[in-house]
Design a protein around this ligand. Structure first.
Ligand code: PMP
Length: 295
């Protein structure tokens, strides 16, 4: 596998960092997760520029200097996919990090390296639906960590949640914030339907501003489904008529059980999932602007 690093295509074994990198030791880095879809003829990267824009915003939040524009990183992504000759669904992982050793926590003025890897990827969560549980680990509060940044160090919080849920026999975690409001999964945003209204937690409750979340809000309004961005309590979650996770890796995944309460794979979830699939595979001319053709 060829990986793009700072303008060069290198073999996987050459893509290495110092074990004393502050990104490895302290979690000082930012990353993205992007999907590309092969529809039998074309390979389209979904919302590539939006992901690279978010990577740069994440870097700005944590104070990491990334010496590339979003456009340059998008071009590099297309280059690395072509170099590997992929003709299948992919997951793309750009990461900005400090490759050199440094013990000091004073990371000011260090310039990031960027690596972009693309790998064949199928489903992340069970397509037929997942059993979810509210875990004991709370989402880190925005006063403690910059949750809006997709920063590597913050993912220890996600790992604790993801592992706790699975160790207790569930498929995925639902996290509450410090105030006890439902915020997100370990690597997904969440939507619930109550009394026919689709709702999702607002960004200010401390979530990652998901690109799939934004896609779903756009598609829902087009389908005539109103979406409310509002804080969601645990009771509202437990009395939802439908619920689903959304994310680049998770796509649209129905939640079929929450802490022993069974949910149907409801009509709104299904309509959104179908619309999403059509858009990412290039079947909706109207959303061609979200697709970057590789070939
Ligand atoms: N929340 C968290 C914590 C995530 O890691 C992700 C995955 N990037 C998401 C939400 C969904 O974001 P997106 O739709 O941009 O992939």
């Amino acid at each position: 596998m060829k990986i793009w690093i700072d303008g060069k295509l290198v073999g996987e074994e050459e893509a290495r960092v110092s074990v004393l990198s502050p990104s490895l030791n302290y979690g000082f880095g930012v990353f993205e997760g992007i999907r590309a879809y092969w529809n039998g003829e074309n390979l389209y990267v979904f919302r590539l520029l939006d992901h690279m824009d978010r990577l740069l915003r994440s870097a700005r939040i944590i104070g990491l200097e990334v010496p590339y524009t979003a456009e340059e990183l998008a071009k590099a992504t297309v280059e690395v996919i072509r170099a590997n000759g992929y003709r299948e669904d992919l997951y793309i992982r750009p990461v900005a990090y400090i490759s050199k050793p440094q013990i000091s926590l004073d990371v000011r003025g260090l310039q990031a390296s960027v690596a972009i890897a693309a790998l064949p990827f199928g489903k992340y969560l069970k397509v037929e639906g997942v059993r979810a549980t509210v875990v004991s680990w709370r989402r880190v509060h925005t006063s403690m960590m910059p949750v809006m940044a997709k920063a590597t160090g913050i993912y220890l919080n996600s790992i604790m949640a993801a592992v706790e849920a699975r160790a207790r026999g569930y498929d995925e975690a639902i996290m509450l914030n410090a105030e006890g409001k439902v915020v997100e999964g370990s690597g997904e945003n969440i939507f619930v339907v109550r009394r026919g209204v689709l709702m999702t937690p607002p960004v200010e409750d401390g979530i990652l501003e998901g690109i799939t979340r934004d896609t779903v809000i756009t598609l829902a309004s087009e389908l005539g489904i109103s979406v409310l961005e509002k804080s969601i309590t645990r009771e509202e979650l437990y009395t939802a008529e439908e619920a689903f996770f959304v994310g680049t890796a998770a796509e649209i995944t129905p939640i079929i059980e929450i802490d022993g309460r069974v949910l149907p794979k409801g009509p709104i979830t299904q309509r959104i999932a179908e619309a999403y699939r059509r858009v990412v595979t290039g079947k909706e001319e109207k959303y061609a602007r979200w697709l970057t053709p590789v070939y």
